[in-house]
Design a protein around this ligand. Structure first.
Ligand code: RFL
Ligand code: PHB
Length: 395
């Protein structure tokens, strides 16, 4: 058994783990990342695309913001499409100048991996059988196998950044966890294509046939989604069937303007709201999808992972540099206040824009009335804009 030692052992090289590792490194705090997959697999997951200003600031603080500022698209509004027409919500105007940045999770992950490699920081890809030990004591450790050899990594703290299906949350005794969960009765079928986006900004669409979203990764690459049944299989959806369904849900002018092409990725994601409380157990801290999941409608998942990492990096910096336990003690509470508000927004935006199986005529009328209210009331637009660009981390 090979023995190693670090200050913070990070489980998972997704955005949460990589960003935490980079922020700690810049503060002089030693860390090792253990990742189950290989780097190429992590980079091939097509996921988020919308960054809040807080996430952009954190990436700058981590020293990896250059390409994002060069290539990311700054959006000052979003559009809602219903009743056969599009309506714009001006994020800039409603929030006193805030915006969002369109930059794919794949690119952000690539930038973080590059910075980690450039600083020669230790990332163990294909770490198998990762197991967490003694995190209720002052001497936690993580065991794993790599290249057929057994290893143990001794540390002061463990950061569980290993996503919804990871080992960190599963290592906590069930009685110590409160879990809140809602599974939605539909999924999202997503397509990535090398085609120019149909509009300059994102279009969230409510239609009797179901929700649709027009998004993008760049001026030449589009990302589209349609709400689908949980029984649907990706193989049943030809590209033509996808484009026809998307067109059918958009207003006539947008449907007409849509440029289609072969899909370069196609996948179905289920929708879920989930929170596990608390987010700290002794020396183990959960961050990102390991602790909570939101339906993607509000574009909050990656941004919540980033705000958890903001609090967690500060907690460790307080501990090592200021000799203070305050950040550690308040970590879970500080994260959860923001997490629950993003859960609420994502659930509300999902409820407003999706067609629910068994939904009656009155439900559709109530959705239509709320959408109409929303685009015609300054107050309602401000509420959406304030949440969409992200609530503050330090209120
Ligand atoms: P990740 O990205 O799941 O990374 C966890 C990492 O941990 C590894 N791992 C393990 N490593 C070692 N040992 C084990 N036992 C392990 N088990 C797991 C995994 O291999 C993985 O590399 O979690 P993280 O870092 O918390 O990041 C969360 C985000 O990825 C997620 O919230 C977002 O992608 C959600 N999301 C969106 N978020 C946004 O903010 N804006 C968006 O526009 C947005 N769109 C989306 C999304 C998620 C989607 N899907 C498919 C779920 C759109 C979609 C379709
Ligand atoms: C995306 O581009 O993948 C995306 C954008 C906005 C969302 C969800 C996903 O709300």
């Amino acid at each position: 058994m090979a023995e190693h030692r670090t200050q913070v052992a990070i489980i998972g090289a997704g955005p949460a783990g990589l960003l935490l590792g980079q922020l700690l490194h810049r503060a002089g705090i030693a860390n090792v990342i253990l990742e189950r997959q290989d780097g190429a697999y992590v980079l091939n997951r097509i996921r988020a695309g919308v960054l809040e200003p807080i996430t952009v600031d954190l990436l700058d603080a981590a020293g990896v913001g250059q390409r994002m500022h060069r290539e990311g698209l700054v959006h000052t509004g979003i559009e809602l499409c219903f009743g056969g027409a599009r309506h714009r919500i001006d994020l800039h105007q409603s929030t006193g100048g805030k915006d969002v940045t369109i930059y794919g999770q794949t690119e952000l992950t690539r930038d973080l991996m590059g910075a980690r490699a450039a600083a020669s920081l230790s990332t163990i890809y294909q770490a198998h059988d990762v197991a967490l030990h003694d995190f209720d004591s002052a001497t936690p450790s993580v065991s794993y196998t790599h290249d057929g050899q057994q290893h143990v990594l001794r540390c002061d703290f463990i950061a569980g950044c290993d996503g919804f299906h990871g080992v960190s949350r599963a290592s906590v005794p069930q009685a110590a966890l409160s879990v809140y969960e809602k599974v939605y009765p539909f999924g999202w079928l997503g397509v990535l294509s090398e085609t120019p986006p149909v509009a300059h900004e994102l279009i969230y669409t409510n239609h009797a046939r179901g929700f649709a979203l027009c998004s993008m990764r760049s001026n030449t690459r589009s990302r589209y989604y349609v709400q689908c049944s949980l029984q649907d299989k990706v193989e049943q959806w030809s590209d033509d069937a996808f484009w026809d369904e998307l067109r059918a849900r958009l207003d006539p002018a947008t449907a007409e303007a849509l440029i289609t092409g072969p899909s370069i990725e196609k996948s179905i994601a289920p929708l879920r709201s989930f929170v596990a409380e608390p987010m700290r157990f002794g020396q183990l801290f959960l961050a990102g999808d390991a602790a909570h999941i939101v339906p993607p409608t509000g574009a909050k998942g990656l941004n919540l992972a980033a705000s958890d990492v903001h609090y967690l990096s500060r907690a460790f910096i307080d501990y090592y540099l200021e000799k203070s336990n305050a950040g550690i003690r308040h970590y879970s509470e500080a994260c959860l206040r923001r997490v629950w508000k993003a859960e609420r927004f994502s659930w509300w935006f999902t409820s407003l824009t999706h067609h629910f199986p068994g939904q009656g005529a009155i439900d559709a009328k109530l959705q239509a009335a709320e959408l109409d209210y929303l685009v015609h009331s300054d107050a309602a637009r401000s509420v959406v804009a304030e949440n969409y660009v992200g609530l503050p981390v330090d209120d």
